[in-house]
Design a protein around this ligand. Sequence first.
Ligand code: ZN
Length: 298
Amino acid sequence: MATDTAQVVRGRFAPSPTGPLHFGSLVAALASALEAQARGGEWLVRIEDLDPPREVAGASDEILYALGRFGFSWPEPVLYQSQRTAAYEAAQLRLRDLGLAFWCGCSRREVGKGGHGRYPGTCREGLPPGRRPRALRARVPDREILVEDQVQGPVSENLAAVSGDFIVRRADRLCAYQLAVVVDDSAQQITDVVRGADLLDSTPRQCWLQQELGFLPFRYAHVPVVTTAQGEKLAKGSGATALDPSRAGEWLARGLAFLGQSPPADLAGRPLPSIWDWARSNWSLERVPRERAIPWSP
Ligand SMILES: [Zn+2]
């Protein structure tokens, strides 16, 4: 399409401040930055501090500081989800106006599986008598939503059959992640969502929200998630350690190798600007392994 060539590519890295930058988050940062910058675009950072109880004090600053030491740079101020309540509430109101959201009075126990089961539709046609509204749910359609992922291929889901009417505003009044991420990507004018493949399954839900809210579509690329030898996603809880920025070159080269980019053996020893030059001019999304997860040991 002719409009595609005129569009500025904008990517983003959106960590949750639950711990320091580790190898798994470095891989996601690297893939998203290179996909945007190799195409002459911009790369932004968003801190997904939506869930204050899960947050670790100082983690946002630690992540941003580490990114800087690794040679990442972003041309616009960091967006913090904790400051976006008004935008989320506007999107929730819009969904209600469109008839695409309804109040649910069910407890997590009633929905089953701690609130993670498929919603049985109890409050879909109105709150049962005597019930208070607790959470706001999206009224999902009974049709397949298809996403063409640039790495993982086509992903399709019938939202009604698989996710059911999912929560967009939680009982604790916080915006649900699925909605926040779509609202923020649109506000930051993101064109290319490049992130870990653990988020692939929620992409049809986000894609549907994006369409219904009238936002421009995003291109998606889900890169393999770094796991432990036991197959657990690398995270603070699974023993992921903070990366030492004084070994930035080595870690960047390992990240590039993980992403299938085959860096030359001497790359790790070069100065950071030269590593980034190589990475930007050699980046190829086609070489990223088409797997959802890859075990890795330090
Ligand atoms: Zn309900």
